[in-house]
Design a binder for this molecule. Structure first.
Ligand code: SF4
Ligand code: SF4
Length: 454
C-alpha cells in the first residue's frame, strides 16, 4: 500500500481517480469517510487493533485507507483487501465514536467495491457464489447440506479430514455440530398462545437456524406462547441476506431483501396493522432494521424496507416488557448449572443499542443467578462466516473472552445469536471448560412450560 497520510479532504477529488479504468470512489462511500475526525477514541475498542497494535488494523486506520482509495492516492491492492477482510464488522467502533461514523455501512460498501473491482481468485469466487447465491437462499439445499454434514460427522470422515488438513499445516475451522434429523424439523405453521391470547406475531425461521438450532426456534415459539402470543413462521423466505451484506455481496443482499419484502407484504391482512416480526438472531434483526440502506432514496422498496424495519423486534426486545406483564413461574434450576453469564452479541449491543432488555429477561426468570462477564460487549470473533474464513484470527479474538468467562465462575453462558453460540461452544470445547451455552429463548421457554429443550 502507498497512501499519503497527510492528504486532506479539501484537496481531494470528490469523485476519486480513475487510473485503472474504474471510479475509485465507488469502492467506498466517500462522504461517510469524511465524518471521521481522527480522534482515535475507537482504537482500544477494536479487537483487530488489540491483536496487532497496528494503525491500519484499527477503525481509524481503515477509514484512512478507504479515503485514500476514494481520493485516488492508494491502489486497492491485496494488502488493502486483507485489512478490509480482517475487520470483524463488529461495530464496536461505532459505540466508541463521538462523531457518529457509520462504520458498518462504510465497510459493507468497501467490501462490495472490492468484490466488483478486485475479483478474488476463481476458487474463492466459486465458493462464495455456491454459498451465498445457491445454498443460503434455498431451504431444500440447506437441509441437504445439513444432512450431508451430519453424515460426514457421525461416520468419522470429518475427523479424518480435519486430522489430515491439520497435519498438512492448515488452520482448520471448527465445523458446527449438526443435530439429528428430528431436531432439524421446521416450525409448525402456527404455535398457539398458552391461555388467553394477547395477539399474534410472525417469526423469522432463518437460513441456518432450522439446521443447527431448530430447538432455539421451537423455544422461541414456546416462549411467545408463554407470553400469550400465537406465532407463525414467515412463509416464502429463507435467508434475510445479512451474511451477504456483511461480506460485500450487496446485489445478493438486495435480491433477498426484495424477497423478504414480498413475504412481509403477503402477511398483511385486510385493513389490520401488520404483525410484529420477531427475530431470534441478533445479526438478522440488526440487518432487517437497516434493510433500507440497500435501496436508493427514490426506489419504492426503500419505503417498504423502512416499514418492515418498524415491525422487526429482536426476541429479547419483544420479550422483556411482556415478561413483566405475564411473569413465568417455573424455576429453571436443574436444567442448566448456574451461575449464568450473559455475553452481548455485537449486533444487539452495538448495532441495535439493545443492552438492558436481555438482562431484564434474565432477571425475570425464577432461579437464575446472573454474574457479570468482563468485556461482555467485546466481539467473540464469530462475525458471521469470519470464523470459517479466518479461523486463527477468530480464535485469537475469543481467547481473552474465554479468560473472562473462567474468571466469572459461570457454568452457563447465555447468548442471543447463533454465530456467537457456535463460537463460544467451540472455544469452550477447545479449552475443556465445564460450561454450557444456551440461547436466552431456551431459558424463557423452560421458565414458562418446564420443558428443557426439544
Ligand atoms: S467493526 Fe470491529 S473489527 Fe472492524 S474496525 Fe470496527 S471495531 Fe474494529
Ligand atoms: S472514534 Fe470515530 S471519529 Fe474518532 S477516529 Fe474513530 S472513527 Fe474516527
Amino acid at each position: 500500500m502507498s497512501g499519503h497520510p497527510n492528504h486532506t479532504a479539501a484537496d481531494a477529488p470528490r469523485t476519486g481517480g480513475s487510473t485503472r479504468g474504474f471510479d475509485l470512489a465507488s469502492l467506498v462511500e466517500y462522504t461517510k469517510t469524511l465524518e471521521c475526525i481522527h480522534c482515535g477514541l475507537c482504537l482500544t475498542s477494536c479487537p483487530t487493533y488489540q491483536l496487532t497494535g497496528v494503525e491500519s488494523s484499527s477503525p481509524r486506520g481503515r477509514i484512512h485507507l478507504m479515503r485514500s482509495v476514494a481520493e485516488g492516492d492508494l491502489e486497492p491492492d491485496a494488502e488493502y483487501a486483507d485489512e478490509m477482510d480482517f475487520c470483524l464488522l463488529c461495530r464496536h467502533c461505532e459505540t466508541a465514536c463521538p462523531a457518529g461514523v457509520e462504520f458498518g455501512a462504510l465497510m459493507e460498501h468497501a467490501r462490495s467495491g472490492l468484490t466488483e473491482q478486485m475479483p478474488r481468485p476463481p476458487l474463492a469466487r466459486a465458493l462464495r457464489w455456491i454459498g451465498f447465491r445457491f445454498v443460503l437462499p434455498r431451504r431444500r439445499v440447506l437441509d441437504l447440506a445439513g444432512a450431508a454434514l451430519r453424515a460426514v460427522q457421525i461416520t468419522g470422515v470429518e475427523r479424518i479430514g480435519r486430522w489430515l488438513l491439520a497435519r498438512a499445516g492448515s488452520v482448520v475451522p471448527t465445523s458446527p455440530r449438526v443435530p439429528k434429523g428430528r431436531a432439524r424439523r421446521r416450525l409448525e405453521p402456527s404455535t398457539p398462545a398458552d391461555g388467553a391470547a394477547r395477539g399474534a406475531v410472525d417469526v423469522l425461521e432463518g437460513c441456518v437456524m432450522p439446521v443447527l438450532f431448530g430447538r432455539v426456534n421451537r423455544a422461541t415459539g414456546r416462549s411467545l406462547a408463554g407470553l400469550g402470543y400465537e406465532s407463525r413462521p414467515l412463509a416464502g423466505v429463507t435467508c434475510c441476506g445479512s451474511l451477504h451484506a456483511h461480506n460485500g455481496d450487496l446485489d445478493g443482499a438486495r435480491t433477498l431483501a426484495r424477497r423478504m419484502l414480498a413475504a412481509a407484504r403477503a402477511t398483511e391482512r385486510d385493513g389490520s396493522d401488520p404483525l410484529p416480526l420477531v427475530v431470534n438472531s441478533a445479526g438478522c434483526s440488526a440487518h432487517l432494521k437497516e434493510l433500507h440502506h440497500l435501496f436508493d432514496p427514490d426506489d419504492p422498496d426503500r419505503a417498504a424496507a423502512e416499514e418492515l424495519a418498524a415491525r422487526v423486534y429482536d426476541f429479547t426486545e419483544f420479550a422483556a416488557p411482556r415478561l413483566r406483564r405475564r411473569p413465568p413461574e417455573r424455576s429453571i434450576e436443574g436444567a442448566w448449572k448456574g451461575p449464568f453469564a450473559y455475553d452481548d452479541p455485537c449486533h444487539l449491543c452495538h448495532a441495535q443499542q439493545i443492552r438492558t432488555p436481555p438482562r431484564d429477561v434474565l432477571a425475570a426468570l425464577p432461579g437464575l443467578e446472573l454474574v457479570p462477564l468482563e468485556n461482555s460487549e467485546g466481539c467473540c470473533g464469530s462475525a458471521g462466516i469470519y470464523s470459517v474464513l479466518r479461523p486463527a484470527d477468530s480464535a485469537a479474538v475469543l481467547e481473552p473472552k474465554l479468560d473472562a468467562l473462567e474468571r466469572s465462575g459461570a457454568r452457563t453462558l447465555v447468548t442471543a445469536n447463533p454465530g456467537c453460540h457456535l463460537q463460544w461452544q467451540a472455544g469452550i470445547e477447545r479449552r475443556g471448560l465445564d460450561v454450557r451455552v444456551v440461547h436466552v429463548a431456551e431459558l424463557v421457554a423452560r421458565a414458562y412450560d418446564g420443558r428443557t429443550t426439544e
